[in-house]
Design a protein around this ligand. Structure first.
Ligand SMILES: Nc1ncnc2c1ncn2[C@@H]1O[C@H](COP(=O)(O)OP(=O)(O)OP(=O)(O)O)[C@@H](O)[C@H]1O
Ligand SMILES: [Mg+2]
Length: 463
């Protein structure tokens, strides 16, 4: 018990002496404020004054005592009156050091958990045994579109409706029934619903825990929309690659066959004719005068010349030598001139604004092949009478565009045809351009012609 000045009187029980580990003479007559550490002293002082002024009991909690050990106290300041007159203040004390330490540790660990949960990029959601949401982190808000305020206390069905739920979702929605389910601890894929109603793919891992007899489930949820998208396009391009390589093999085979026919039907026939001519000359040489043999020799010369022309034609098709001898600009110019001559009445306008040295080696052959294929398509399919070939090099970017004023065609309809049933030219142009680091564009409109475009935005760094 203390007086108005907070000095301890003789009424001190053994419990207080034990808590403070002191003797009565250490306490009697001394200011009770001295038994509190500075951080708690002012607080105790306020409670004490309040009891004194109001005459009512005032409770205090978790105050730090000034003892050799760390002790936390809670208790009451109770004003005492005798015959209506103030007689002093009875202070009761309970040592709550153990509960206090546990409370502090609990609060620290909760702060730690919250800070981890709030900075996590995966959604972390906890439900109680009825499937009601009791924890919802920031990432969950980002993924689902609901704020914690909107979903806390609601059933998990709001993000996992029954019709899209997989087994994990079911456990999550009714944990009580499935506490022992083997899905716990595993990560599986499923689907969930956002606030705006869209259904999207998720990856979900479940953990369960019990406090006394209550079961809680925590789910870590990852939005895998982007991953699924990438997986799908990867599968698609893998399939495309497979198709392409089998078509390329096929094209190689066709090319060999074509070459074999050309050698057989062209060069082979010419050489046979030459052989027959030589044989005829040899057979008749004894009887014939030199002047009589001249016409046969002239014929033979013409046959040999056509053999030379044929070899040139075939080898130019395989690798245009003009590309190596004179460069890509001359090669394209020469191709356009020949194309116009052979395919009259088609006229070809050229706008070549690039120099050989601007164009990296590996792009040169691509430019040539695109020009060849696009022009071949024009002759075969377009009924055009005007073609424009443009080649430019501006700030490291190279652009080739070939336009015709022909019938045009439905690009999507052609692309929709099964690969085995359509030509190879368009996809081969696209592949060549993309493989060399460029972008291929094909635009065609009925009656407005077709434009084939290849662009290398940074040709200098192209591989
Ligand atoms: N310039 C064009 N004008 C009109 N139609 C075109 C033109 N270029 C292509 N096409 C259409 O697109 C189709 C596909 O062309 P692609 O070059 O891929 O194959 P192809 O020319 O038929 O055969 P390949 O090139 O394999 O010998 C053509 O069959 C034609 O219908
Ligand atoms: Mg073609």
């Amino acid at each position: 018990m203390t007086d108005e000045c907070a000095s301890c009187s003789g009424h001190i029980n053994k419990g207080f002496l034990r808590i403070m580990d002191m003797l009565p003479e250490d306490i009697i007559g001394r200011d009770i404020m001295r038994f509190f550490c500075t951080d708690s002293l002012n607080l105790f002082h306020d409670y004490y004054r309040e009891a004194l002024v109001t005459g009512n009991p005032v409770r205090f909690d978790s105050l730090h005592a000034a003892t050799a050990f760390t002790i936390f106290l809670s208790g009451w300041c109770i004003p005492r009156y005798v015959d209506g007159a103030f007689n002093g203040i009875i202070c009761t004390f309970t040592d709550i050091s153990e509960q206090y330490t546990t409370k502090v540790k609990l609060s620290e660990s909760e702060t730690r958990f919250r800070s981890i949960a709030e900075t996590a990029t995966d959604g972390i959601i906890t439900v109680n045994k009825s499937g009601e949401i009791i924890f919802w982190n920031r990432a969950a808000t980002f993924i689902f579109g609901y704020t914690g305020h909107e979903v806390l206390g609601k059933n998990i069905f709001c993000i996992m409706p029954e019709n899209i739920m997989n087994d994990h979702g079911k456990i999550f929605a009714a944990p009580e029934k499935s506490y022992t389910n083997d899905a716990i601890g595993r990560t599986v894929e499923g689907r969930a619903k956002r606030k705006n109603g869209t259904i999207f793919p998720i990856e979900i891992s479940l953990a369960s825990w019990k406090i006394v007899s209550d079961i809680y489930f925590t789910a870590i949820i990852r939005d895998i929309t982007h991953r699924k998208h990438i997986e799908k396009s990867l599968q698609h391009s893998e399939q495309e690659l497979k198709n392409l390589s089998s078509r390329l093999l096929n094209a190689h085979e066709q090319e060999r066959k074509r070459l074999a026919y050309e050698l057989h039907d062209g060069l082979g026939q010419i050489l046979s004719a030459a052989k027959i001519g030589v044989k005829t000359m040899l057979d008749g040489k004894k009887k014939q005068k030199v002047s009589d043999r001249k016409p046969s020799a002239d014929n033979l010369l013409a046959v040999i010349q056509s053999a030379i022309d044929e070899v040139r034609r075939i080898s130019r098709d395989l690798r245009p030598s003009i590309l190596d001898d004179l460069g890509i600009i001359a090669a394209i110019n020469s191709f356009c001139i020949d194309f116009e001559r052979v395919n009259s009445p088609i006229t070809v306008s050229r706008a070549i604004e690039a120099r050989d040295e601007d164009i990296p080696e590996q792009i040169k052959i691509v430019l040539y092949r695109i020009t060849q294929e696009a022009c071949t398509n024009i002759v075969r399919h377009s009924h055009a009478d005007r073609v424009t070939v443009k080649l430019s090099s501006v700030s490291g970017a190279i652009q080739l565009s070939i336009h015709d004023n022909g019938t045009g065609f439905d690009v999507q309809a052609i692309q929709a045809i099964k690969e085995s049933g359509r030509g190879l030219g368009l996809s081969s142009m696209k592949e060549r351009v993309e493989f060399s680091g460029g972008v291929f564009t094909l635009t065609s409109l009925p009656e407005q012609g077709t434009t084939v475009q290849a662009l290398w935005p940074q040709a200098r760094t192209a591989t």
